[in-house]
Write a protein that binds this ligand. Structure first.
Ligand code: GTR
Length: 427
């Protein structure tokens, strides 16, 4: 076990409004108890893993199984026949710069599940199939695009500060509320397609959401069964939706389905990491401010902790994960292993300076400590051991930046991800 000592930095105990009834979050590096990260390159039986082949054949499946058992739960393997239904095609979306398709993806054997509505933006007048970003959104498709002609989603929505949601439903005010988070015009102008869907199409984001979401429908006796240890959580279900989009994209002539980048912000960044860990078709995996349960090292106990997240959002994870509340050292995985599951594919981890709740340094360290696996494949990581200054991206196959500003995914972030993906895909 490698020993990592905690590093001194400015002391601050900042109560977080949403959790003010709980113990204030710790932001003091010197208050992190010494911890050891679980070994990446040692098999369950204690043998060293020294080659890329051993990683792929032996250790990677073990690490994936550990994440299934202890963190996200296992994604079911069989959901029967998938149905694609094109709902609309618009040839002059984004001020005439894009073709927009909306396609319902549903399951023939589970007709009670209304399916997910994929929204695909394709650049116009391209000579060949284009690479594609794939991600899920916090609100309906109407929130993602600046265009105002999308039918409002009728699904359950979480109310938010500025998302126009009333009585858990989208309103006209919800239109475009996520448009800055999805830099569609920029991506399209750079020659990328962007495929998105509303995560609540697969499962509404609340503790009881599984009852009316896909997890409920796929459970043995429908929505009546409480989820158990090792069963998938909402993050697993949302990640499943991303993989169904990857399936669809293999049928879409405008997209080069061998060049898919999975992207997500915050809870949906945890989702993109888990989707990338499970589905090797995502050649680039992007974690934007994913924090606890995503890229942040859980053993650091900075900002959000396992105890806080499993209390506030128990449905995101498999039940077993809550066993590690105040007991992180007992968890056989940490986030460096989640990043390593993407190897030898490319990973971009991004933090925001003011997003201390997500533990930017812990997010940085996940990529740093995943490096030995990438090294087995001859791939280079950050090239530095210390967190870089704000707005100074660093790294090769594993890349990192900390942006000035708050918890968000911004144009600046997309301006880094697009060239990164282009370089990795060689296109
Ligand atoms: C917070 C949660 C974080 C992060 C964030 C988000 O409330 O504590 O883990 O996921 O939500 O998704 O915006």
């Amino acid at each position: 076990m490698r020993h990592l000592s905690s590093l001194g930095c400015a002391l601050a105990l900042i109560p977080v409004a949403a959790f003010s009834q709980q113990k204030p979050a710790n932001y003091d590096e010197s208050a992190i108890p010494p911890y050891s990260l679980p070994e990446l390159l040692k098999s369950d039986s204690g043998n060293p893993v020294t080659t890329a082949q051993e990683w792929t054949a032996l250790r990677r499946p073990q690490v994936l199984a550990l994440f299934q058992k202890h963190v996200f739960g296992k994604t079911p393997a069989n959901w029967g026949k998938v149905v694609y239904e094109t709902l609309s095609v618009k040839t002059d979306a984004l001020d005439g710069k894009a073709i927009r398709k909306i396609v319902r993806i549903s399951l023939a054997d589970y007709p009670h599940w209304p399916g997910l509505e994929l929204m695909l933006h394709l650049p116009k007048n391209t000579q060949k199939p284009v690479p594609c970003f794939v991600g899920t959104s916090f609100g309906g498709n109407e929130a993602v695009t600046p265009d105002t002609d999308i039918p409002l989603s009728a699904r359950w929505m979480r109310p938010g500060k500025e998302n126009g949601v009333v009585d858990n439903r989208s309103t006209e005010k919800s239109r475009g509320t996520e448009k800055d988070r999805w830099q569609l015009a920029l991506a399209v102008s750079e020659g990328f397609a962007v495929a998105t869907y509303y995560c609540g199409d697969v499962e509404p984001d609340h503790a009881e959401g599984w009852k009316t979401g896909l997890r409920g429908f796929l459970s043995k006796d429908g929505a009546g069964t409480e989820w158990k240890e090792g069963d998938w959580g909402a993050i697993g279900a949302w990640a499943w939706g991303l993989s169904r989009i990857a399936d669809f994209l293999t049928t879409e002539a405008g997209v080069d389905a061998k060049k898919l980048a999975v992207v997500g912000h915050s809870r949906l960044g945890k989702t993109s990491l888990w989707a990338g860990a499970q589905d090797p078709r995502f050649g680039v995996v992007i974690s934007n401010n994913s924090g606890e349960g995503g890229a942040a090292i859980m053993r650091r106990n900075i900002g959000e902790t396992t105890a806080v997240i499993t209390k506030a959002f128990p449905h995101w994870f498999t039940k077993t994960y809550s066993n590690y509340s105040h007991n992180e050292a007992a968890c056989p995985v940490d986030s460096h292993m989640l990043v390593a599951l993407a190897a030898p594919r490319s990973v971009y981890i991004a933090s925001a300076e003011e997003d201390r709740w997500a533990d930017p340094k812990g997010e940085f360290l996940a990529g740093l400590h995943a490096q030995p696996v990438f090294t087995l494949f001859g791939k280079k990581g950050y090239g530095v051991n210390e967190q870089p200054a704000p707005n100074a991206p660093t790294g090769d196959t594993i890349r990192y930046h900390i942006r000035t500003g708050k918890h968000d995914i911004t144009r600046y972030d997309w301006e880094q991800y697009l060239p990164f993906a282009r370089l990795q895909f060689g296109s």
